[in-house]
Design a protein around this ligand. Structure first.
Ligand code: TXE
Length: 492
């Protein structure tokens, strides 16, 4: 089996304790690589290296334009190696090669965009209310950033964090998910090739309770950016708060996809199916609650099932495959558990409802695309994130009821609205509590526009110009240009 080392202070290294753990291929259910099993000692080395690189040596000496140049170079290298990175990702996380190729081809845009933004972060001259003073602001990098990613889209989620962090002038310690470390370890070789100084980007592999926890709690880490579960996000937020660290948390959702009776139904069917079954439902923005206006409910469900049943399952390496395996064994068990919960709570099973045993699925962790109707919004299947190919269909009467259902969950990441009535589209987009609203489309994401959650879906924004501010702090400087220095005990 391949042995994949960590990357600390510009060197590839085993874990300090010499231990390794296995990474599995979700299609075969078998281990294919050994990953260095880091712990607190490795975190200490990596954070110290990142802190040294932040405070001394070439990185803090660089102009913002030079940082931008390095980022654009990194983007070019990712573009050059996109195919290799996509193949590696499919082997490690089981997502479809078609999706991973598209994703790895898109990832360079983050490095180009934030590379371009690096030297456009400007402070202001403040027109003060006091004579004899000059005041200006500048935006300074926070320091060492801990970037903790999940397994569903490792290199994309990393780009969302690393590109703005480096553009801002921070240094980074990256911790990929223990389920999918391989692509990040391949990517970091491109960081080195691009010419980033040692210590600017470090990767420590291992488990959340060892590496993740030690990173978040390290006093030299000033920023934590995280994508993952709300439970882990809460624990990270609590720990980070003790040392007043800035956090960006992206914690998933229970997003409504709302179809009104005046919508173009065939388009909405495509949007509903891709909303939940793309990436085997393993996306934070999965449209896992399909809200249908009552008078189109039956015909819509009929069309939806007809389309969903055509999905070809099988080897994610094949371009023909449309639904792949679940990435991790615990996640596979979690998805099946939720299917049982929905059945027991009285939801009506229309399709799927268990493990996929088709021959083309081999020994992989496959779940049949599953659709429940008759779901009530207070059922667990409508309230909790499943993160798999399981759709809950919920009926509504009118706009008010649709809104109450849409907002009646503790999450608020995304929402889809399908309607031909522009007034309704605008009213709904105003009143839905979510960081992203799509009208007559679903799942579109870009490096140019902010992404993040309302309510329990998270804190802060990734992507777009707002994202770089998450890695900066503002300093205000006062200069006396002639104000008299009087007796301090005589207030004027
Ligand atoms: O998540 P975790 P898991 C959701 C989805 C899924 C569930 C569990 O519902 O079923 O999360 O997935 C690191 N301190 N999402 O177990 O635990 C961990 O090592 C610091 C939503 O994979 O949140 C990994 O690198 N770090 C989601 C990362 O956190 C810790 C994407 C995420 O792991 C840590 C994936 C700790 N105490 C899953 N404990 C989305 N928002 O898109 C763990 N980690």
């Amino acid at each position: 089996m391949d042995k994949l080392q960590m990357y600390i202070d510009g060197r590839y290294t085993d874990a300090a304790n010499g231990e390794w753990f296995e990474s599995d291929n979700p299609f075969t259910g078998q281990p294919w690589a050994l990953i260095a099993k880091g712990g607190p000692d490795d975190v200490e080395l990596a954070v110290q290296a990142a802190h040294r690189a932040f405070t001394t040596g070439p990185w803090p000496e660089m102009t913002a334009s030079q940082r931008g140049h390095l980022l654009r170079k990194l983007g070019d290298l990712v573009a050059r190696d996109a195919k290799r990175l996509a193949d590696l990702e499919v082997q490690d996380n089981g997502k479809l090669i078609a999706e991973m190729q598209a994703q790895c081809n898109y990832v360079p845009q983050w490095y180009y965009y934030f590379g371009g933004l690096a030297d456009k972060i400007q402070g202001a001259v403040v027109p003060l209310d006091k004579k004899g003073y000059f005041n200006f602001t500048r935006h300074e990098p926070l320091g060492v950033a801990a970037l903790i990613t999940a397994w569903n889209s490792p290199l994309l989620l990393l780009a969302w964090k690393l590109a703005p962090a480096l553009a801002a002038g921070c240094t980074a310690v990256v911790k990929p998910s223990e389920f999918t470390s391989a692509s990040t370890l391949a990517f970091v070789k491109l960081v080195e090739e691009a010419g980033f100084p040692p210590g600017v980007v470090n990767v420590v592999t291992g488990f959340g309770r060892d590496v993740g926890n030690a990173l978040v709690g390290h006093p030299l880490v000033r920023k934590v950016a995280f994508t993952g579960s709300d439970a882990t996000g809460r624990a990270i937020n609590e720990l980070a708060a003790k040392q007043f660290k800035r956090v960006t948390l992206e914690l998933g959702g229970k997003s409504p996809n709302i179809v009104f009776n005046d919508a173009k139904l065939d388009d909405a069917v495509n949007g509903a199916v891709s909303g939940i079954f793309a990436a085997t439902g393993q996306t934070c923005i999965a449209g896992s609650r399909l809200l249908l206006q009552e008078d189109i409910h039956d015909q819509f469900v009929e069309k939806l099932l007809a389309l969903a049943k055509t999905a070809r399952m099988g080897d994610p390496k094949s371009l023909e495959t449309q639904v792949g395996p679940i990435t991790t064994r615990p996640q596979y068990e979690k998805v099946l558990g939720y299917i049982d919960v929905a059945k027991n709570d009285g939801a009506e099973l229309l399709m799927g409802g268990g493990p996929a045993t088709r021959p083309e699925c081999g020994n992989g962790w496959f779940v049949e695309p599953t659709v429940f109707s008759g779901v009530k919004n207070d059922m667990r299947i409508a309230q909790e994130e499943v993160f798999g190919p399981v759709l809950s269909v919920i009926k509504f009467r009118d706009e008010e009821e649709a809104l109450a259902i849409a907002n009646g969950v503790r999450f608020g990441l995304g929402a889809g609205v399908w309607t031909n009535d522009i007034g309704r589209a605008i009213r709904m987009s105003e009143r839905i509590q979510a960081g992203t609203v799509w009208v007559n489309t679903y799942r579109a994401v870009s490096y140019m526009t902010p992404f993040g959650g309302y309510k329990d879906s998270g804190i802060g924004r990734e992507n777009g110009q707002d994202a770089i501010r998450e890695y900066l702090q503002v300093k205000s400087t006062w200069i006396n240009t002639g104000a008299p220095s009087g007796n301090p005990f005589v207030l004027k």
